[in-house]
Design a protein around this ligand. Structure first.
Ligand code: 5RP
Length: 225
């Protein structure tokens, strides 16, 4: 296992410790979260916990259900106690880029519905300035070339996401464009401008949406609040 995978496993498994009996837990998406979900499945069995979860992707739902973790529709719960999710890049202000796994829309909806959000990250995810990881933006298939042109007009370079030579389709039937942004000076203004474009469903900038970050560092996990 390489260092990055090792860190993902370490921080993912540690995150499961934050889940307590009776909680309604939001499950994020990605390779780091997969380790958390696996550990949570074991913990539920070993400690006979009663946990309700909501999921941010079909991928995570499938994994959770394979481990006998109960997954509910978001509409079936009033609020979420705690959501644990991964992140692609984050800075010292806890502004992040998400969507590398293509689940940014559901992730944002679940994060907003949550009383507490924790991101889990390997050490490569902490950056001094956002903008190295291409910003994912979820767009409608209808007229997507026009939407992409308007994204270009605000200075980004969008590229339609492909997977195995096939157009990537999100769980809600949209496309993702990954955008070279250069260093992001003003995430709030960029996020606002992007979401003003008709055809943009949501962008991958997460601002003020997490309370804590668990960061894998030097063979341990550091908690930032
Ligand atoms: C999915 C996400 C993921 O949380 C993000 O891409 C991190 O993924 P990984 O844990 O695989 O590095 O935002 O939409």
């Amino acid at each position: 296992m390489n260092v990055k995978a090792y860190e993902k496993k370490m921080v993912g498994e540690r995150a499961a410790d934050f889940v307590e009996d009776g909680m309604i837990v939001g499950l994020g998406t990605g390779t780091t979260i997969a380790y958390m979900v696996q550990r949570l499945g074991k913990k539920i069995q070993e400690e006979n916990l009663h946990i309700t979860t909501v999921s941010t992707s079909n991928r995570t739902t499938k994994l959770a259900q394979s481990l006998n973790i109960p997954v509910f529709d978001l509409n079936e719960v009033k609020q979420v106690d705690l959501t644990i999710d991964g992140v692609d890049e984050f800075d010292v202000n806890f502004t992040g880029i998400k969507g590398g796994g293509g689940a940014l829309l559901y992730e944002k909806i679940v994060a907003k519905a949550s009383n507490r959000n924790i991101w889990i990250a390997d050490s490569s995810k902490f950056v001094s300035k956002l903008g190295t990881f291409p910003l994912p933006i979820e767009i409608l298939p209808f007229g997507h070339q026009h939407t992409m042109r308007q994204i270009e007009e605000i200075g980004l370079t969008p590229e339609l996401r492909m997977m195995d030579d096939v157009l990537f389709i999100t769980d809600s039937g949209h496309y993702i464009v990954d955008c070279l942004t250069g260093p992001i000076e003003d995430a709030k203004s960029l996020s606002f401008r992007l979401n003003q474009i008709p055809g943009v469903v949501e962008n991958g900038l997460f601002i003020g949406m997490t309370d804590e970050v668990l960061l894998a560092e030097n063979n341990g996990v550091k908690i930032f609040k």
